[in-house]
Design a binder for this molecule. Sequence first.
Ligand SMILES: Cc1cc2nc3c(=O)[nH]c(=O)nc-3n(C[C@H](O)[C@H](O)[C@H](O)COP(=O)(O)OP(=O)(O)OC[C@H]3O[C@@H](n4cnc5c(N)ncnc54)[C@H](O)[C@@H]3O)c2cc1C
Length: 121
Amino acid sequence: MSVTKSYAGDGGYPASYYAATRNIIRTPVKLQGRVETDICVVGAGYTGLATAIHLAEKGNKVTVVEGAQVGWGASGRNGGQIVNGLNVSLSTIRSRFGEDAARFIGGLVQEGGRIIRRLVS
Ligand SMILES: Cc1cc2nc3c(=O)[nH]c(=O)nc-3n(C[C@H](O)[C@H](O)[C@H](O)COP(=O)(O)OP(=O)(O)OC[C@H]3O[C@@H](n4cnc5c(N)ncnc54)[C@H](O)[C@@H]3O)c2cc1C
């Protein structure tokens, strides 16, 4: 990982429950030289790490590049709740886009929760 002062200050975590109770403390390492990889993921929040884990599980060599630290962004500052809802109701989606779309999107919400629980465990 490389620490930059452009948008993340000194790259240190803001004071939070997560930062205070983390049990793995890594010293960020600056990326140096040339790195060969199948896929480079930029950003080590939930999105980047989940993407990297899924791609690695499929056999790809994945490199994650982070400008601050793992979980430095929204992922290290949130309420930690798995939200099983959408900004609009499924009935609104159904009336606008049809039954198939509503079922698909409703299924994505449930699947998201299952993916999170699997990754955590
Ligand atoms: C206060 C708060 C409370 C929330 N509560 C909840 C909740 O209870 N439940 C819920 O489901 N969601 C919640 N959310 C939303 C959730 O946290 C975000 O949707 C999620 O963390 C986004 O993850 P991300 O990986 O996309 O982004 P981030 O976690 O922000 O990760 C992006 C990463 O990319 C890095 N980066 C950015 N640009 C570059 C670059 N050019 N080069 C290298 N690295 C870069 C950043 O440093 C950062 O680490 C909350 C958000 C906030 C802010």
